[in-house]
Design a binder for this molecule. Sequence first.
Ligand code: CLF
Ligand code: SF4
Length: 484
Amino acid sequence: MTPQSTGLIKPPVSEPNPNQAKSNGCGCTSKNAPVELDERTKARIANHPCYSEEAHHHYARMHVAVAPACNIQCNYCNRKYDCANESRPGVVSELLTPEEAAHKVLVVASKIPQMTVLGIAGPGDPLANPEKTFRTFELIADKAPDIKLCLSTNGLMLPEYIDRIKQLNIDHVTITLNTIDPEIGAQIYSWVHYKRKRYRGVEGAKILLEKQLEGLQALREADILCKVNSVMIPGINDQHLVEVNRVIRENGAFLHNIMPLISAPEHGTHFGLTGQRGPTPSELKAVQDNCAGNMKMMRHCRQCRADAVGLLGEDRSQEFTKEKFMKMAPEYDLSTRKEVQEGIEKFRAEIKAAQAQLQESVAHISNDVNTPKILVAVATKGGGLVNQHFGHAKEFQVYEVDGREVRYVAHRRVDQFCQGGYGEKATMENIIQAIADCKAVLVSKVGESPREKLANAGIQAVEAYDLIDKVALEYYQEWLASNQ
Ligand code: CLF
Ligand code: SF4
């Protein structure tokens, strides 16, 4: 079924989105036009680690798992586990009451003052559990007013709750919208439960898709920032996602997060059991690149848990299990949090100044010169720095470098190389496979043995402790000189 199929949901008449790519004047948008944000939007996302790629190096989010029920069945979800629309498949979170959740948020807010966002993303659909979800938000808004509230939903009930969302000052909402075509939707959703009735196939998908677009429009009208998640399912919606991107942009979405389908058979999902594969990293990147000229694309999503805590690349949820956090005092202190966050902002300003200087120093590379693009992997603990030992990395961030720009494109999860002081052969192979398309890996330190193995695989290990942009550009110049 093509996007032009007769079943396509007709999007409502749209108004221009102020944050989409600039038109080139002939009505279509240039693939290379930068997506510029207005100042107000920039301020609204400045410390949201999902909505701002830059912020994710510095600020943390947390989720509370208060919403167990769901009103649809996605073929990539097994309801024994957390909602796979906003969480990593195969994970089970500890369910909390709104009061327990509020206690946990206050505990985390004091232990991790750079935690700026509270999201509710499951373990089912937050709007299929409206009372628990909104009660939790109410408690947080009352006790920790500086924390931004964030909600992720499949969108079915969004039009019904838009006023409540606005009232509660929930400024960021994610809709998982995988298609605008009910025929494609019928291959993704096995049923939709709406107003006490269960609908299957195209009929069910049509209801869901209409509500999702209606919800998206309503968010725009209510001036609430909306991110759209789309799960990329090869052979089902992969070719269609560019069309999805166009429609959501026209209807007010601010950011598009195309996530890979994860369909391990052991998760027991329909797709997992029927052999539906997920996309390769290069297939995912190709679709993201195809959409990138039109609106901001999120590429740093970690498909986190419904009880995730910490920076996006780290998982501190085990430090705050129910057994542990219920024994901790909720010592939320607004002034300490402000102080820490002011320190972060100072540090960010310094990084920005250093990056601006860097840009000046590479400005001599003419824009006319078509310098090749390469990928480099980076070991980082955050802060926009190369600052992690090769052996300690549980993921590598991948950047595309062309001599002028250093652009975040993906992250690759790996098994940690250093395990009790010893690196394992199998772990090394797993790491090399994960970053095989990178020319170099930028790390604060690396041992002789892994350095040699990386070199044998054609990946140069570069040791540095500095700005990611700086180290990547310096390496690029070296690489270019030896490859010309
Ligand atoms: Fe949570 Fe989602 Fe809000 Fe972020 S996560 S509800 S927008 S605060 Fe972020 Fe996690 Fe990706 Fe979600 S990395 S899965 S996009
Ligand atoms: Fe699962 Fe989330 Fe889909 Fe519900 S909306 S079926 S919880 S992935």
